[in-house]
Design a protein around this ligand. Structure first.
Ligand code: NAD
Ligand code: UDX
Length: 468
């Protein structure tokens, strides 16, 4: 069976994954029409904005990619029916958050949006389609998707592929242009293999073929959860060691360098921090934990759950260190927070450590004064309310947001660095010291500052995984 040459793609979901991924496919494949659809009209309007600074997602290099392709072969709209009707290949790239209700609450992935997409495709397709799971999904989801698609009674044939996305936010465009690998899983029968080949040909427009890994469906689905679990596990491992360093006088960055130069371990993802955030790690590990319980493997579930528990511990430990250092109370004190995004070079705040640190401080009645180069005040308030740290009115009384780091740190009792934005390294720290209450505490949650210089200024500096 010949692999079909794809000329039209639809992607359902114009978020952090759907938007950049499709923009790059359109850029690299001018012969393919790429139509990105979403139920959120504001999001689509923002993708279509004339002002490329107003794209709904901030990612370095993204506006240039969108500029190249938008209006040529890249289109954004809310017309999902048209998108489905016209496409030979449909990517499902909708959100799959942790369930907040019912069976699996707090653990399992909520697949209601994925299911809705599958139902809509089943209802509207009048020609054969290749349906691609781009969202991160529990292993064997393709089985459910196929069952729903088979409800279509017009004799249309559907092939379901798994093509998980490995981009990291902040480097999405770079990751999409030069991926370590592209993973495509599908059925191993004749039509499944032909569908795998069709998608391989799309990526082969810019990704070397030897980097396109083809597997069975279930291996592909489970590889994505496993990759995120392994990455997060490294961070929790080094963060757990950081607690021991603080007790013993060892230096966690020296340890990371020492162990990372072992080629079997490697240097990446060994940066101790205030804790990992982002929309993926916690959600995907909890999903893995849920799956292990579901398949009767409680020991395996407990093993992976510990990665999330250590991360929670690290965030709490950081907030507690601030409170303990400030003589056991922060009530009425002004604590400056530099950074709110979950990492630098993104405006995404989902599961950011900032939310939990600020929340703990607010519960202790501190005033939290924040500056982040890309996150709005309303977003910060929404994050705190959503995480259960109070009503909008309550959190607004103790949260103050500024347009630069100097205003946020003026008259502060302590400064904490939560996100590793490059500009924080370049600040005039002497000036900040001079305008703070003394003793001036500085909590470097990312270990980005030169300790010697900062100590010389006079700060009482606490870094992650470094003894006093
Ligand atoms: P997101 O919330 O930014 O975007 C999802 C979009 O889907 C939203 O704009 C929403 O309006 C839209 N949507 C939901 N239901 C819809 C429907 N029925 N029809 C049309 N549109 C609908 O989410 P995201 O960060 O892009 O993540 C999407 C998936 O990719 C998730 O499964 C996630 O785990 C996975 N993933 C995310 C990242 C990342 O860095 N964010 C990386 C790899 C994989
Ligand atoms: C992650 C995966 O890296 C990516 O492959 C997947 O597709 C989506 O999930 P993302 O969450 O966007 O990407 O960013 P990542 O760079 O992995 O950082 C996640 C969190 O871990 C951030 O809060 C980051 O600051 C933190 N981190 C990362 C550390 O604390 N230490 C490290 O060494 C690396």
């Amino acid at each position: 069976m010949e692999a079909k040459k794809i000329r039209s793609i639809c992607c359902i979901g114009a978020g952090y994954v759907g938007g950049p991924t499709m923009a790059v496919i359109a850029q690299k494949c001018p012969h393919i029409n790429v139509h990105v659809v979403d139920i959120n009209p504001q999001r689509i309007a923002d993708w279509n904005s004339d002002n490329l600074d107003e794209l709904p997602i901030y990612e370095p290099g993204l506006s240039e990619v969108v500029k190249d392709a938008r209006g040529r072969n890249l289109f954004f709209s809310t017309d999902i029916s048209k998108g489905i009707a016209e496409a030979e290949m449909i990517f499902i790239s909708v959100n799959t958050p942790t369930k907040t209700y019912g069976v699996g609450k707090g653990m399992a992935a909520d697949l209601k949006y994925v299911e809705l997409c599958a139902r809509q495709i089943a209802n509207e397709a009048t020609e054969d389609k290749i349906v691609v799971e781009k969202s991160t999904l529990p292993v064997r989801t393709a089985e459910s998707i196929k069952t729903i698609l088979e409800a279509n009674t017009t004799g249309v044939n559907f092939e379901v592929l798994s093509n998980p996305e490995f981009l990291a936010e902040g480097t999405a465009v770079q990751d999409l242009h030069n991926p370590d690998r592209v993973l495509i899983g599908g059925d191993q029968d004749e039509s499944g293999l032909a569908a795998i080949e069709s998608l391989t040909e799309v990526y082969a427009n810019w990704v070397p073929r030897e980097q396109i890994v083809q597997t069975r469906l279930w291996s592909s689905e489970l590889s994505k959860l496993t990759a995120n679990a392994f990455l997060a596990q490294r961070i929790s491992s080094i963060n757990s060691v950081s607690a021991l360093c603080e007790k013993t006088g060892a230096d966690v960055d020296e340890i990371a360098r020492a162990i990372g130069s072992d080629s079997r371990i490697g240097p990446k993802f060994l940066k101790a921090s205030v804790g990992f955030g982002g929309s993926c790690f916690q959600k995907d590990i909890l999903n893995l934990v849920y799956l292990c319980h579901h398949f009767g493997l409680p020991e395996v579930a407990d093993y992976w759950e510990q990665v999330v528990k250590i991360n929670d511990y690290q965030k709490k430990r950081f907030a507690k260190q601030i409170i303990d250092s400030l003589f056991n109370t922060v009530s009425g004190k002004k604590i400056a927070m530099l950074g709110w995004a979950f990492k630098k070079d993104t405006n995404d705040t989902r599961e950011s450590a900032a939310i939990y640190v600020a929340g703990e401080l607010i519960q202790d009645l501190a005033e939290v004064h924040v500056y982040d180069p890309k996150v709005t005040e309303q977003q910060m308030i929404n994050d705190l309310v959503y995480a259960g740290f109070g009503t909008e009115e309550e959190v607004s009384k103790l949260l103050f947001v500024y347009g630069n780091a100097y205003d946020a740190t003026n008259n502060a009792h302590a400064v904490s660095i939560i996100t590793e934005w490059d500009e924080f390294k370049e600040l005039d720290w002497k000036k900040i010291y001079n305008q703070m209450f003394k003793p001036a505490f500085l909590f470097d949650g990312r270990n980005i500052l030169d300790r010697k210089k900062i100590n010389e200024i006079g700060f009482d500096l606490r870094s992650i995984g470094k003894g006093l």
